[in-house]
Design a protein around this ligand. Sequence first.
Ligand SMILES: NC(=O)c1ccc[n+]([C@@H]2O[C@H](COP(=O)([O-])OP(=O)(O)OC[C@H]3O[C@@H](n4cnc5c(N)ncnc54)[C@H](OP(=O)(O)O)[C@@H]3O)[C@@H](O)[C@H]2O)c1
Length: 272
Amino acid sequence: MKVAKKVFMTIPLAIVLVVAGFDIWGFFSLGTIDPAVNASRDENANRVVMVFGATGSAGDGLLKAAIDDPQVEKVYVITRRSSPRIDAGVSSGKVDMRLQKDFTDYSSLADVLPEVNTVLWGLGTSSFNVDDATYTRIHVDFPLAFVKAWLAARQNAPMSFHFIAGMGTDGSAHWALEKRRTELEVARLAQNTGLRTFSYRSAYIRPASEQANVLHYIGQGLLRPGLLVITSKELGGAMLEISARTEELANGTLIDNADSIAYAKAYRENIR
Ligand SMILES: NC(=O)c1ccc[n+]([C@@H]2O[C@H](COP(=O)([O-])OP(=O)(O)OC[C@H]3O[C@@H](n4cnc5c(N)ncnc54)[C@H](OP(=O)(O)O)[C@@H]3O)[C@@H](O)[C@H]2O)c1
C-alpha cells in the first residue's frame, strides 16, 4: 500500500519536472528570427491559397486562418474527404473543395495551379501510425510531386510553400531524416524560380477551438512558458504573414515554434 502511494505521488512529480525542463529549454533556446518592424507586405501574396490536410488537427486551423483572412480571395482544399469547416467554406463561396485520390498525381489540378500563390501543407501523420515506406510516401513523395506539378504550371512570384515538419527534424530517426529530405528538396526545386519554401519545426500545435478539448487546453497551458505551443489557426496566420512579407525571409528558411509565435503576433497586428 505504501509503495503504491509513493508511485502515485512520484509519477505526477516526474511529469511536472520533465515539462518544466522542456519549458526552460524552449524558453532559452527557441526563437532565432525577429520579424521586421514595419515590414513591407504584398497584399496580393495570398490572393489564392491552397490547403492540404484540412481535415486534420493542424490543417483545420490552417484552413480557418485562410478563410478568415480578408486578403485571401479564394481557397482550394485538396482532400480525400470533407469536414464541417470545408463544408461551411464551400457554402460561403470562398472554398473550392477538390477531392483527390492520388496525392502523387496532380494533373486534375491543371486548371487551378497557375493561379495559386500560397500553399499551406498540413498533410501528414505520425510515424507510429504507418510503416517506413508509407511514411516516406506521405511525407516525401506527396509534397515533392505537388511542388514539381506546381512549378511546371507556374514560376512567377509571389508564390510560397509552407510545410509542417516538426520539432526534432534534425534527428536521426526515419521520420526526421525523411522530413529533412523534403525540406531540402523543395527548397532546391524552388531555386531560381519565384517560389519560396518554408518549413515549420513546430512543437505542439493545439487544434482550433472548435476541435479542442480540456486536455488540449491543459497541454497548451503547460507548454506555453517554453514557447512550445501554437494554435493551428495562429500557425496559419504565421504562414500567411511570412508569405505576405515577400522580401523578408529567404527560400528554405526553417521556422521554429517561437519564430512562428512571433510571426503570428505580427499577423494579428497587420490583419485586424
Ligand atoms: N499536431 C501537432 O501537434 C503537430 C506538431 C508538429 C508537427 N505536426 C505535423 O503536422 C502534420 C499533420 O499533423 P496532424 O496532427 O494535423 O495530423 P492529423 O490530425 O492526423 O491530420 C492529418 C491530415 O493529413 C491527411 N492525411 C494523412 N495521411 C494521408 C494520406 N495517406 N493521404 C491523404 N491524406 C492524408 C489527413 O486526411 P484524412 O482526414 O483524409 O485522413 C488529415 O487531413 C504531420 O506531418 C505532423 O507530423 C503536427
